[in-house]
Write a protein that binds this ligand. Structure first.
Ligand code: 9PG
Length: 491
């Protein structure tokens, strides 16, 4: 372990690492399992980056306590469970500290598993492996974009083709889907500017049994053929590494287990607890890859792979992310290069280079904030405000991977959001350039329909004015009143 003083971006830093090197780009590279950079001055804010799609990303106040989920059981599926007991300001892979005067300081890992902890004058990184870290000084947003480019250099970047415009069944129909309804909807959706018709959760026998249930009597290949015949690309949702309790017996040997031998609980959903595949086991990876390959063989060309974090949690392994990474590489191979793979509920960095796009926030919802959030403080739960805020905090990630801020709403029916709130989310989707909707297109008013068409048919010029202000098609959009910056509790 070496202590060195170095200058990065005109600022003197103390660094602790196995080795330290300043780069021509003006950045520094550290190597180590645990590293630290510290400065003389005191900083005020910390960019806290959550572990997976639904985990919180925001600027925290270093002078206040960090955001804490109040119900420990919810922590399981909200963020990196390894951070459950940690009290300080800590995030995954990258951290930035910022003050009102002077440049910001970034420490970012170029490895698969890493955390960055902050106090007012230092950033400390730790990984389970000897990995590279980058250190930069400058404007926060540029630092984060540069960090994302370094991630893409290390983990790859999928060839950039415009993200398909997706219609998805989830936010309008939920689990209430069946073959006849999906077929009828495909005809309606085909008349609008969508590329993909995606059948979300509800078609499968069970979480872990990826065959059609009784509501899809002709089978999923038949539905894919129908969707194609309407001129749309068939898309399908699956959670290939999650296993509902009811399925645990059938794949018993493949599950992550606790010390007591019981299958580890990854979270609660589908009116049950669910487990995860132990992706360190080749047979578990084969099982997941086979589920994906089967969906492709049915004719689906867009796959939304969800609850992926359940393949990257394993209390018995120091770096379950490494197993996750090699598993998703095999899943990509099984799917083929030309299938558009969407990662959801996915650990961010280990998904880069494998997936075509990744969800970067929790689910949108037809309400701003769930009143229950006050009691549980779950920042990963569905809600429009948190979805907008966390997604926007990850805008820089686009330099590595297409980033998806979830569905846009167009109707006021069964929707508690104000028109302004809906418009704000649609502007966000235009800024990201990754667009989808679950709209009941057949029920929209003429005006709503023309808004939907304008949204999907245009890619308006976007200019970033400052961190939270943009000009979208010349109109100012200001997200600053809704961000979760400095928010440590939902009220
Ligand atoms: C289908 C949905 C949709 C949605 C996904 C995901 O319990 N939970 O914490 C929880 C989080 C997210 C979630 C469902 C449950 O939504 O993001 O788009 O595909 O699954 O079930």
């Amino acid at each position: 372990m070496k202590r060195t003083t170095l200058r990065v971006g005109g600022v003197s830093l103390n660094a602790v690492a196995e080795s330290v090197e300043t780069l021509e780009s003006g950045w520094a590279r550290l190597v180590g399992e645990t590293v630290q950079v510290s400065v003389q001055d005191a900083y005020e804010r910390f960019f806290r980056h959550g572990w997976h799609s639904w985990s919180l990303a925001h600027w925290a106040d270093l002078g206040s306590d960090p955001f804490q989920i109040l119900v420990p059981d919810l922590q399981r599926q909200a963020d990196d469970p390894r951070l459950g007991g940690v009290e300080g300001h800590v995030g995954s892979w990258v951290g930035v500290i910022e003050s009102s005067e002077g440049p910001s300081l970034l420490l970012g890992a170029l490895g698969l598993d890493a955390h960055v902890e902050a106090d007012e004058s230092s950033l400390s990184g730790r990984s389970t492996q000897l990995i590279d870290w980058v250190v930069g000084v400058g404007d926060s947003q540029s630092l984060l974009s540069e960090y994302a480019k370094s991630l893409a250099d290390v983990f790859g970047r999928r060839e950039v083709s415009p993200a398909p415009r997706i219609w998805c069944s989830w936010n309008s129909h939920g689990w209430d889907i069946d073959e006849a309804r999906m077929q009828a909807l495909a005809s309606t959706v085909a008349r609008e500017p969508f590329d993909v018709f995606l059948v979300d959760d509800g078609w499968q026998q069970d979480i872990g049994d990826w065959s059609a249930n009784d509501s899809f009597p002709s089978g999923m290949a038949d539905l894919a053929a129908h969707i194609s015949s309407e001129g749309l690309t068939p898309g399908l949702w699956l959670a290939p590494v999650a296993v509902r309790d009811s399925m645990a017996q059938r794949v018993s040997d493949l599950l992550v287990r606790d010390d007591d031998g019981e299958p580890h609980v990854m979270g609660h959903n589908w009116q049950s607890q669910y487990h995860g595949l132990d992706l360190a086991k080749p047979e578990a990876v084969e099982f997941a890859a086979a589920s994906v390959a089967r969906a492709v063989s049915w004719g689906y060309r867009v796959l939304k792979l969800d609850f992926l974090f359940a393949g990257a949690v394993n209390p018995a392994h120091p770096s379950p992310e490494a197993a996750y990474r090699s598993a998703v590489e095999q899943i990509r191979e099984a799917a083929g290069e030309d299938v558009w793979l969407i990662a959801c509920g996915a650990p961010i960095v280990p998904s880069i280079g494998v997936f075509d796009s990744i969800r970067v926030g929790p689910d949108v919802a037809p309400y701003w904030q769930n009143p229950l959030d006050r009691y549980v403080q779950d920042y990963s739960a569905p809600g429009m405000r948190i979805a907008i805020s966390t997604s926007l905090s990850r805008l820089w990630l686009r330099s590595a991977i297409d980033s998806d801020p979830d569905m846009s709403y167009f109707s006021s029916v069964q929707n508690l959001l104000t028109e302004d709130q809906r418009r704000m989310q649609r502007n966000l989707a235009q800024i990201f350039g990754v667009k989808s909707s679950s709209a009941r297109v057949g029920d929209l008013t003429d005006e709503e329909l023309s808004e939907l068409r304008a949204f999907f048919e245009s890619s308006p010029p976007v200019e970033q004015v400052d961190r939270y202000r943009f000009a979208v098609n010349g109109h100012e959009v200001d997200f600053s009143p809704v961000t979760m910056d400095g928010v440590a509790r939902l009220s």
